[in-house]
Design a protein around this ligand. Structure first.
Ligand SMILES: Cc1ncc(COP(=O)(O)O)c(C=O)c1O
Length: 435
């Protein structure tokens, strides 16, 4: 596999784009050196780079593409809308149509407002909660990796350059499945916490009615309960993880798969909160998610087509089924090679990740680099093990075969030392203070 065309652009990417990418998770430091893979096109679960190398993708546009790349019903709906125009002086009817379609699937929500990125929605939820409660503190789940690009969240990570200390101090944390950490937090900040925000599930499901208990304690302490469904929405259940776990949050946030990769996000919730961003109340006004491109009409058309496709086809079932086959296949091979403690697919079938541990059984960036390097050489691009509606049995079986070959090399690296096997510098975590 050659990367000649991609490599010829790598320097220029970094000269004119900070980080060489418009999203850190897609950056060079996340992938093996000398394998930049600038992408030309995608179809289904396959992508082709500038050297015409074909890969099966297991990232699916940072989990935003659940149906498949260039998915015909969605693209056709967006193209039809584009012919009519895209952005006018007053709202287009499609803004209402998309809101109706969305509220038909997210049962507990009474109002919804769309925007472009998930961060618009989570930051909008935080703002409403602060306005509603008159409190300043935001409580987030410490075990969930990302809620927003905005200062209230990024200020809690090691990449906090440019964020004032007093902003950082306004976000506090609790742990998932750990009610003691929740009660301790509310005791430490009585009457101060505006809202609690978390994902309904990450790698482990909620235990002992955790979500309901957390909501109860939050309400008891006057805090608003917000579920971030950016990832769980359109994967766990058509009605979101809130439907799967039978809970109605005060507000919830969606994005990613809502438009099958088109830029659209949503803040949804009870009227009591959402209406503060509206025109018909006598409280202080909240400037809620109002951007020039927020209702880009072809993204709304894409979202409507995506939601309607989900309603008519077993997308959720397929994601779980293909994810399960991949997980079982890879974990079987890993077990056979006695690597189960080092490489293993974990988490829900519809949205899994894999572990890469070193000889001391510690999570390892060099071993992750080796895994990425060897799977990429074999036509897989696998930052995680995310499947889509377009991943066929053939794709999954091929992937398991290629991972089996990769694991033979992984085992040798465990025995003989990793340095002999990785072909460049190791990858680095996104959240780090210095380069
Ligand atoms: C759980 C969660 N919330 C919020 C966001 C922010 O979404 P966006 O990147 O669209 O702003 C992400 C993005 O990865 C996410 O995973």
């Amino acid at each position: 596999m050659k990367f000649t065309n991609s490599l010829s652009l790598q320097k220029r990417f970094h000269e004119i784009i900070p980080g060489g990418s418009h999203t850190y998770a897609k950056g060079d430091d996340q992938y093996p050196e000398n394998m930049p893979v600038y992408i030309d096109r995608g179809k289904g679960c396959h992508i082709w780079d500038l050297d015409d190398n074909r890969f099966i993708e297991y990232g699916m546009g940072l989990r935003s593409v659940t149906l498949g790349h260039a998915f015909k019903p969605v693209n056709q709906a967006a193209a039809r809308q584009m012919k009519k125009g895209n952005n006018y002086v007053r709202p287009a009817k499609i803004e209402l149509e998309c809101a109706e379609e969305f509220l038909s699937i997210i049962g507990g929500a009474e109002m919804v407002k769309f925007s472009k990125d998930g961060s618009d929605a989570t930051s909008g939820a935080v703002k409403l909660a602060r306005a509603y409660t008159g409190r300043e503190l935001i409580a987030i789940c410490a075990d969930h990796p990302f809620f927003s690009v905005d200062d209230w969240f990024i200020g809690t990570t090691p990449v906090a350059g440019g964020i004032p200390d007093n902003i950082k101090q306004l976000t506090v944390k609790f742990h998932f499945n750990d009610i003691a950490s929740v009660t301790e937090m509310f005791e430490k900040y009585p009457g101060k916490i505006a809202c609690v925000m978390l994902e309904a599930e990450k790698n482990d499901p909620p235990r002992d009615n955790f979500l309901h208990e957390l909501m109860r304690i939050s309400h008891e302490n006057g805090a608003v309960f917000i579920l971030d469904e950016m990832i769980t929405g359109f994967r766990w259940h058509l009605g979101g993880a809130q439907k799967k776990y039978n809970i109605v949050p005060d507000m919830s946030t969606f994005g990613k798969a809502l438009g099958n990769g088109f830029a659209i996000s949503a803040l949804a919730g009870k009227k009591e909160f959402m209406n503060l961003g509206g025109l018909y109340h006598d409280k202080e006004r909240v400037f809620l998610m109002s951007t020039t491109h927020g209702a880009e009409n072809h993204a709304l058309a894409a979202a409507i087509a995506t939601m309607q496709f989900y309603k008519k086809n077993p997308v959720i079932e397929h994601l779980s089924e293909q994810g399960r086959k991949l997980k079982e296949g890879v974990n079987k091979v890993s077990e056979e090679l006695k690597l189960k403690d080092y490489v293993s697919i974990i988490g829900p079938d519809c949205c899994s990740v894999y572990t890469t541990r070193d000889e001391k059984n510690q999570p390892s960036q060099p071993f992750r680099t080796l895994f990425l390097q060897e799977t990429m050489k074999r036509g897989l691009i696998m930052p995680s093990s995310i499947v889509s509606y377009s991943h066929s049995d053939k794709d999954i079986n091929y992937t398991i075969e290629m991972i089996a070959e990769t694991l033979v090399i992984y085992k040798k690296a465990l025995d003989e030392g990793i340095d002999k096997f990785i072909e460049g510098r190791p990858i680095k975590p996104v959240y780090r203070k210095y380069n």
